[in-house]
Ligand binder design. Structure first.
Ligand SMILES: Cc1ncc(COP(=O)(O)O)c(C=O)c1O
Length: 328
């Protein structure tokens, strides 16, 4: 039988290696690094080989470019993007950054991917009631969630696309429901972003975390979180990472140790984001430019250092509106 033309001749195939004549479909396990990303990473390694070529700006400009690209990917301001090294980094940032009163509840999903649930389970030691929602069917539904929410529920943590089955949770319906009940929704999008579009301007969920090495086709040890500004303002940073705090300051200000309100590993070393810098090509395909137009109508982010506030309770003053899709 004559050999069939390789299926890898898809429009994007020129951006990747030839996979030794195979077709690579298992992006749920590993996204392949695009050739340009490999080249960028090699260039970053070369800088480390010849450190005299590293410019001061490499420490700040590269991470800021990366935040801008990720912002375009999800239709958010770069300021709303926190760089990290994994899904787990983002999930811990949120779980440990929220302030809970005794008896407050968090909902996780029975059988969910451990990276989504485990950071919240640790909060049981602090008196937070972490309860499992058990879906009636194969996929978590708004009815499952509605049946589990109580007056003490503060957060629902879920995975958008299931790693094992590919089943996809309906974020809009569940986000709308939770917004109406004053419950924040935190989404693990590691198996979705890069393959499914996400629009921070219209979503009703409050935070998305993702690793960078699956559908985003970045290298290992990369990831990020998007935080809705009003939600991000509720988080207490747990760490003060010096390089992140230094971002934007010059070497002669190195001893300025003011603690800034900054949640993440904002200033990654130049070698790290080489692969993720290729996110520009993904963004173009996901229609990111159209989303940017919507995004400009946003309210500004609360001032850095603003007093964190708790999410209003259902029916209380300033309670969220169930249909307020554009609320920030
Ligand atoms: C749904 C999901 N979340 C998270 C991860 C990875 O988590 P982390 O980036 O913390 O290693 C994977 C895959 O390994 C995954 O399939």
């Amino acid at each position: 039988m004559s050999r069939q033309p390789a299926l890898s001749r898809l429009p994007a195939s020129g951006e990747f290696g030839d996979f030794d004549g195979r077709v690579w479909l298992n992006t749920a396990h590993q996204g392949p690094l695009p050739l340009a990303a490999s080249a960028a990473a090699a260039q970053a390694c070369e800088l480390k080989q010849y450190p005299h070529r590293i410019a001061d700006a490499d420490f700040t400009e590269v991470p800021e470019r990366l935040r801008a690209l990720l912002g375009r990917l999800v239709g958010a301001d770069p300021e709303e993007i926190v760089l990290g090294d994994s899904t787990s980094h983002g999930m811990h940032l949120i779980a440990n950054g929220l302030r809970f009163d005794p008896g407050d509840e968090v909902l996780v999903v029975a059988g969910d991917y451990p990276a989504t649930g485990l950071p919240w389970l640790r909060l049981r030691d602090q008196g937070v009631a972490v309860r499992e929602v058990r879906p009636a069917g194969q996929v978590l539904s708004a009815d499952d969630v509605a049946a589990s929410i109580s007056d003490r529920t503060r957060v629902l943590a879920l995975t958008w696309v299931n790693s094992f089955t590919g089943h996809t949770v309906d974020l809009d319906t569940i986000g709308d429901l939770c917004r109406g009940r004053g419950v924040a929704v935190v989404v693990n999008a590691s198996q979705a972003l890069g393959a499914r579009p996400f629009d921070a301007a219209s979503t009703t969920v409050d935070a998305v975390v993702s690793c960078g090495y699956k559908w985003l086709c970045g290298p290992y040890a990369t990831g990020f979180a998007w935080l809705r500004p009003s939600f991000g303002a509720q988080l207490q940073p747990q760490q003060a990472y010096w390089l992140a705090m230094q971002a934007g300051r010059t070497l002669d200000q190195m001893r300025d140790s003011t603690i800034r309100h900054d949640l993440g590993v904002r200033a990654l070393r130049p070698v790290m984001p080489g692969g993720l810098l290729r996110l520009a090509h993904l963004d173009g395909r996901a229609g990111g430019d159209a989303r940017r137009r919507d995004h400009r109508r946003r309210r500004p982010r609360p001032a850095a250092g603003a007093t964190p506030h708790r999410r209003p309770r259902r029916g209380g003053p300033g309670a969220p509106c169930a249909t307020g899709r554009r609320r920030r």
